[in-house]
Each structure stands twice: as C-alpha cells, then as structure tokens.
Design a protein. Structure first.
Length: 143
C-alpha cells in the first residue's frame, strides 16, 4: 500500500499594483495648481477669471431636505470656473471613477445652457482643459 501525496495548491501569482489615488489629495493638488495658474479660489485673476471648488460629497447629510430645499442637488461637478460670462465645470475622477447618473444629468444641463464640461484625472488634465478652452493662465506650469 502506497501513501498518497497531497496535491500542491497553486497560489495566485503575486502582482504589484499601483495604489488608487484618492480624490481628496488629487483635489487639493488641483486647487494648488489653479491658485498658481489663475488666482486663489474665489479671487478674480488679472484676466477676469474666477474659480472655486465645490464639495457636496454628503449633500444629503442627516437631514436631506435641509440642503435640497436650498437647491443643493446631487451631481454638481467639482470645480467651477467663470470667465467672460461662461461657466466651465470640471469633474475630478481618480483612475477608476465614472460619472454618476446625476453628474451626467447636470453635465447635460450645463452644456445645454452654453457652459463647458470636462473630466480630469490629474492636474495636467485640468491645465489641458484651460488651454483647450483658451482660459488665460500664467503658464507657470507646462504640460
């Protein structure tokens, strides 16, 4: 009688993967870039450009009607830029991010009203948007 040898279990191959960049540090980096390239948030640049970030990640909060009664809606994009009377909005997404249904709806409304919309995964993407839209910037940072 021979002893049976248990079969070896194969382990999945070890694979290094890049960590997912969280959106908060990316937002902070983009805010610093916009402050250097345009002006500090909420301040008018020498070319009459103003921008700010919008954070309503938990727009409903404990009492959803409190914010929604004031017109705060789901889907508002992350960065708002105003130049020459036109609205430009950028949604910041990490590499795995996708537009929600509410963000698609708000984006459609912005486009329908004559504004511009873009998605960005990096500060470089934001600068590319500014350049494509011909929004004046200081060109301290180059692509």
């Amino acid at each position: 009688m021979s002893a049976s040898v248990p079969a070896k279990r194969s382990r999945p191959a070890f694979k290094l993967t890049l960590p997912t960049v969280l959106e908060h540090p990316l937002h902070a980096q983009i805010a610093r870039v916009l402050a250097m390239e345009i002006a500090p948030a909420g301040k008018l640049s020498e070319h009459s450009v103003v921008w700010w970030s919008i954070d309503i990640a938990d727009y409903g909060g404990a009492v959803p009607a409190t914010r929604t009664a004031r017109g705060v809606i789901a889907g508002i994009l992350d960065v708002f830029i105003l130049w020459l009377g036109r609205a430009y909005q950028i949604e910041i997404k990490n590499e795995n991010g996708i537009f929600s249904h509410a963000q698609r709806s708000v984006s459609s409304a912005i486009l329908g009203a004559g504004g511009r919309v873009a998605a960005a995964q990096s500060a470089e993407d934001v600068l590319a948007c500014l350049d494509e839209w011909q929004i004046p910037r200081k060109h301290r940072m180059h692509l």
